[in-house]
Structures are given as structure tokens and as C-alpha cells.
Design a protein. Structure first.
Length: 121
């Protein structure tokens, strides 16, 4: 395994996580698919690996944002239960969706969100 490449993906994913609130799915999944193709063989592995990495990344980023007064804790408490349920449901759905279809859906999602952020308020 190319540990240097994996480390660089982690660094960029961590920076974008703390800076934009994204990193796992939006940065690490595509980066692993493009740059670690011999170790990460399909999108499902990239997603699973990204989710395992994002937990400590999110904790560190949340802690730093909390110190800056950027965390709205009542919203956190309201979001967590459904986010947990959604995370479980999403992981279960990967067992029902073929990897190629999941990859296309993910790409479409990234294009949609990117266009929304670039061209609309």
C-alpha cells in the first residue's frame, strides 16, 4: 500500500473537513478511487474506509470549531439521532446497490452540489 499517498489523502481530507465541513465523502472517496486504485478496488471500500477515518477527523474539527463558538449544540442534539439512523440506512443500502450504480449516483450528487454552490445562493 502506498502509505504516503494515503497520508496525503488524509491530510487534504482533514483540511477540507475542518475548513468546509466535508472531507470524507467529497474528498477522500474520489481521491482513494483515483489514487489508490490498486488497494481500494471499488467505491464501497472507499466509502467504508472514509467513514472510519472521518470519525476522529470530525471530532478534532468539532472541538476546534467549538472553541471558536461555531457549534450550535441544540442543533447537534437534534441532528445526531436521525444522522445515526441515516448512516445505518445508507450503509445498508450499499448492499442493495451495485458498485457501478453507486459510483454514478455519487458522481451525480457531487456535480449537483458543486453546481448549486457555484451558481446559486
Amino acid at each position: 500500500m502506498n502509505l504516503f499517498m494515503a497520508g496525503m489523502i488524509g491530510l487534504i481530507g482533514g483540511i477540507t473537513s475542518g475548513l468546509f465541513g466535508v472531507g470524507g465523502g467529497v474528498v477522500m472517496v474520489p481521491a482513494m478511487l483515483l489514487l489508490m486504485g490498486s488497494q481500494i478496488t471499488d467505491i464501497k471500500q472507499a466509502i467504508g474506509t472514509s467513514l472510519a477515518v472521518i470519525v476522529p477527523t470530525a471530532l478534532v474539527g468539532s472541538w476546534k470549531h467549538h472553541g471558536q463558538g461555531n457549534v450550535i449544540w441544540p442543533a447537534v442534539g437534534a441532528i445526531i439521532p436521525m444522522a445515526l439512523a441515516g448512516g445505518y440506512l445508507g450503509a445498508w443500502l450499499t448492499t442493495k446497490i451495485h458498485a457501478d450504480d453507486l459510483k454514478r449516483a455519487f458522481g451525480g450528487f457531487l456535480v449537483f452540489v458543486g453546481c448549486k454552490l457555484l451558481f446559486f445562493k
